[in-house]
Design a protein around this ligand. Structure first.
Ligand code: GAP
Length: 493
């Protein structure tokens, strides 16, 4: 066997394999898709869950200082007013002045080789003008404006009732005018009343799909302290969906409108934040290693003040060499007491923590490691994707670490038309299925083709039952990475 490895992975190869082999499909594909949304197929959901469970194990189950929560996605609108998201969770948006397609201004600059990190909207616009940068369709671009990325919706019936009652008022008014002619003063008053009913209905019932899971943690900080009274430092962890109305979702699952986060808010004594920041950063690296990401693809970026989120005094972005380039995989931020103080000020409830056995009280500060699940999935897919040659034949093999592989074993009878082989293979399949859960049965085509199929989905071991198995009660196990085969007694599987 010659074994040549090709590590320059093209994004299209991964996207195509992900769809072809049941990892990730474009969302709502059957109806022409919905931009920025992706669906996980049977293998994708297994991979994603393995990643999320590993995270939960390493950051929650294996530790004494972490507590899990699972907060509602819909939260009181005051949460997002207090957190600053209503006012500041914005991206710069510019528009093609001819066809009105919209773009993120910093992305337009990036696509033209200009790094817009730290630039104000005015500075970005000035650069676009100075360099004569046009829209991707070759037209002039408008000046930028801010665009809030939160998805807004309405809870309960107020908004709809408001709209219906406004419509009713207008219809009555129209009828009256048709019959009696226009009384402008009355029409104006009616219109104003209709608009007020409508706007008030909407305003009182506005909710946002959460753009980060973090706020669901902060709003439960007090509950957990009251119930468990953990020693400082301690952390609350949450995994779950987040939604952002990205102006231009792109690069496969890297920038989606619906995605998952795995976040920790780690509450610390303000004087000791640096210590916890360093420890958590080391824990983050240990997790990335457990994901099987090559260490030389992982980079730390100390985010300069001008580029940090409004709440952060220090942020390190962990960047990864994705096939699309070096981009943010996750971030770790020192959020100070920004969030707890906001909650305290806006809710009137004390967020102070009392050190056990003392009268010392303070509002803890927070270190936040924030992971995006989709970016972790994309990093794992791209790290695993390998093209090599086996016996002169090209193969694609997904070299997932064994603990992340969606399918652990594939079991086959050597020939599917020999009932005695099939029966024995079924026995082996059941044994492995009981032990490992995710085991696949494959009796299609010849053995070589089955191996290729399993290589493509990253199954670490293929087990084949042949005629010798009937005599010796053993099987052949083939290793995905080395393609070596050895015989193993069934009892030792
Ligand atoms: N609570 C802090 C926070 O949400 P963030 O940097 O905005 O910080 C954290 O997001 C992580 O969430 C990012 O590092 C990234 O992994 C992921 N993420 C953010 N926006 C995303 C998007 N549109 N699609 C996929 N993942 C995203």
């Amino acid at each position: 066997m010659s074994n040549k490895s090709e590590k320059n992975v093209a994004m299209e190869n991964i996207v195509s394999l992900a769809k072809r082999r049941g990892f990730i499909y474009p969302g709502s594909d059957v109806y022409g898709g919905l931009s920025g949304t992706w669906d996980y197929g049977p293998l994708g959901v297994a991979l994603k869950r393995n990643i999320m469970q590993l995270w939960w194990k390493m950051f929650v189950d294996d530790r004494d200082d972490m507590y899990g929560v699972d907060a509602a996605i819909l939260m009181n609108q005051k949460v997002w007013q207090a957190s600053g998201h209503v006012d500041t969770f914005v991206d710069p948006l510019c528009e093609d002045t001819v066809n009105h397609r919209r773009f993120r201004t910093d992305h337009i600059l990036k696509d033209n080789g200009i790094n817009a990190d730290g630039l104000t909207m005015g500075q970005m616009d000035a650069l676009i003008e100075e360099k004569g940068i046009k829209s991707p369709d070759g037209n002039l671009l408008s000046k930028s404006r801010t665009f809030n990325m939160m998805f807004e919706t309405y809870i309960g019936s107020n908004a709809t009732v408001g709209l219906e009652s406004a419509k009713e008022r207008l219809l009555t008014l129209k009828k009256k005018q048709d019959e009696q002619g226009i009384d402008f003063k009355e029409a104006f008053e009616e219109l104003r009343a209709a608009m007020t009913t409508f706007i008030e209905g909407q305003a009182s019932s506005t909710v946002y799909l959460r753009p980060e899971t973090a706020q669901g943690i902060f709003t439960n900080y007090k509950n957990v302290v009251d119930n468990f009274y953990p020693d400082l430092p301690f952390g609350l962890a949450q995994q779950g969906k987040a939604f952002r109305n990205e102006i231009s979702p792109r690069d496969f699952i890297f920038r989606s409108r619906e995605f998952e986060q795995m976040e920790i808010e780690y509450f610390v004594d303000p004087d000791k934040w640096q210590e916890s920041f360093d420890t958590l950063l080391a824990d983050v690296h240990a997790f990335l290693e457990a994901l099987g990401l090559p260490q030389d693809h992982v980079h730390e970026l100390e985010v300069p003040e001008a580029d940090r989120a409004h709440y952060s005094k220090r942020t390190i972005d962990i960047e990864y060499d994705f096939p699309i380039g070096k981009e943010e995989l996750l971030g770790i931020a020192y959020r100070t007491d920004f969030d707890l103080m906001n909650i305290q000020n806006n809710s009137g409830k004390s967020m102070e923590y009392t050190i056990k056995g003392t009268n010392t009280k303070f509002v803890p500060h927070v270190i936040e490691p924030s992971f995006g699940v989709e970016r972790a999935v994309m990093a794992v897919l791209s790290a695993a994707y390998t093209e090599d040659e086996v016996n002169g034949e090209k193969r694609i093999v997904m070299k997932f670490p064994e603990h992340l592989a969606p399918v652990k074993y594939c079991v086959s009878p050597l020939l599917k038309n020999k009932p005695e082989l099939v029966a024995k293979a079924r026995e082996v399949y059941q044994i492995l299925k009981k032990k490992h859960g995710n085991v696949m049965w494959d009796d299609n085509g010849n053995i070589g083709k089955r191996y290729r199929r399993q290589d493509e989905i990253g199954t670490p071991y293929c087990v084949v039952v042949d005629f010798d198995s009937l005599e010796n009660n053993d099987v052949t196990i083939r290793d995905r990475d080395t393609t070596e085969q050895k015989r193993v007694p069934i009892a030792e599987l």
